[in-house]
Design a binder for this molecule. Structure first.
Ligand code: ARG
Length: 461
């Protein structure tokens, strides 16, 4: 037989380069457990529908279980000549049970088979990621609760803006991750329809029960159009889009960890468990884990862009282009998984250096807004005038090399005679954060309350 798979029609073996470009087993073998799960559901349905005999179905199911065990124990030999995971499994089934193996592919094509396998894989990965996001949220909430009142600088333009608390800063990421989780959950709902039974593209003449296989595989329903079933990968695109956004969030936090770790900032300490040394500079402690989390977005957004381009302009239904959907998707979802795990570890590990944060919080006239607000509240000044008066006082402080808290009252009164010594009460960073009691604001009490509410909510997830 000249061709291992398509002997009937083919007189010659593929060119070496044909095999090289076509073969997918090196990466699609991770689909094997899903492929076997799909095949078992299909075989059971075929026999229930009277399309194959009960005894053939029994043989097939037994054989598939054995293959699953062989794969799990690492004994299974994957062959490049057999192209992909589907042909590898089926060919082993033939070795094990003989003739009945040939009946498994009744009313099925590799097109609906791979679409089903890939959906099952992406669904599992999404479920894992959803759980990992919850894990990271819990770690952040625990830190936020402990450090609800630790004052640090809040930045705009990466210049000191107004003091905030460390807990408040961490809870911002909890909110972002909450939306990330929602995006994965939404995408999963749309993903959860079963393409199996679409066959090659047009459906099948056999009386299959698609509702049955869909149910057995944990899908909500069969997909309603066979052409759509075998040819769209929007479910993977949505998950990759959600993954990209989540990875962007992780990269922002990772970047902050890198900055906070520098001696110039010195806002946090990260233990040896999440840092590395240098092979030449003995003094170094580098935040490599944070740097790698910061970088993972490259692969993840790359996978999203890559798959968009694969699908763009592809006429219905299946084309081999669609084999290019897998490698980068697997890599991207795995990258997000490891990124979430590393970030969770770092967040649990890191400790704020309170004195450094507090000192930095007071630098850069960060309570100038509090002074302006005081003028509005106590002297009934319009905010725009208060802004101008405060700016002039900041300039005076700057000229004298003083922090705002240390500017003498008479210097302030030279700018605005109605200012009294009461003003100093609003100029400390502690009082500044305490006063930000508006909903969603940084007041330590509100932060602690928000952290507790999140902790309760996450308990249930
Ligand atoms: N390995 C193929 C893929 O990943 C399986 C489907 C092959 N179908 C086909 N008509 N050649 O897409």
């Amino acid at each position: 037989n000249a061709n291992k798979m398509w002997g009937g029609r083919f007189a010659a073996s593929p060119a070496d380069v044909m095999q090289e470009i076509n073969v997918s087993i090196s990466f699609d073998k991770v689909l094997a457990p899903h492929d076997i799960r799909g095949s078992k559901a299909h075989a059971a349905m075929l026999s229930e529908a009277g399309i194959i005999t009960k005894s053939d179905a029994r043989e097939i199911l037994k054989g598939l279980d054995q293959i699953a065990a062989e794969i799990e124990s690492g004994k299974f030999v994957f062959s490049e000549e057999l192209e992909d995971v589907h042909m590898n499994v089926e060919s082993r089934l033939k070795e094990l049970i003989g003739a009945p193996a040939g009946r498994l592919h009744t009313a099925r094509s590799r097109n609906d088979q791979v679409a089903t396998d890939f959906r099952l894989y992406v669904r599992d990965a999404a479920d894992g990621i959803i759980q990992s996001i919850v894990g990271l949220q819990k770690a952040l909430v625990a830190k936020a609760e402990t450090h609800a009142a630790v004052v640090m600088p809040g930045f705009t333009h990466f210049q000191p803006g107004q003091p905030v608390t460390f807990g408040h800063h961490l809870l911002a990421y909890v909110e972002m991750l909450g939306r990330d989780r929602g995006r994965f959950q939404d995408a999963r709902r749309r993903l959860n329809e079963c393409p199996l039974g679409s066959a090659a593209l047009a459906g099948t003449s056999f009386p299959i029960d698609r509702a049955k296989t869909a149910e057995v595989l944990g899908f909500d329903r069969p997909m309603a159009n066979s052409l759509d079933g075998v040819s769209d990968r929007d479910f993977a695109l949505e998950i990759l889009a959600a993954a990209s956004i989540a990875a962007v969030h992780l990269s922002r936090l990772a970047e902050e960890i890198v900055i906070w770790m520098t001696p110039q900032f010195g806002f946090i300490k990260l233990s040896d468990r999440f840092t590395t040394g240098s092979s030449i500079m003995p003094q170094k402690r580098n935040p490599d884990a944070a740097e790698l989390v910061r970088a993972k977005i490259g692969r993840i957004a790359g996978a999203f862009q890559g798959l968009l381009m694969v699908i763009k302009g592809l006429p219905l239904a299946y084309s081999k282009d669609l084999q290019e959907d897998k490698e980068a998707t697997f890599d991207a979802l795995d990258s997000l998984r490891i990124g979430l795990a590393a970030m969770t570890g770092m967040v649990a590990d890191l400790e704020p250096v309170e004195e450094a944060m507090r000192a930095a919080a007071g630098r850069g006239y960060s309570t100038a807004t509090d002074l302006a607000d005081w003028l509005v509240r106590e002297l009934k000044m319009p905010f725009r005038d208060a802004h101008h008066v405060t700016g002039t006082i900041v300039k005076a402080a700057e000229d004298r090399g003083l922090d705002l808290e240390d500017v003498p009252l008479d210097v302030m009164q030279a700018v605005e005679p109605k200012i009294t010594k009461d003003v100093f009460s609003v100029l400390s960073v502690e009082n500044s954060v305490k006063s930000r009691k508006s909903y969603g604001g940084t007041a330590p009490q509100s932060v602690a309350k928000m952290a507790r509410a999140w902790a309760r909510r996450l308990e249930k997830d």
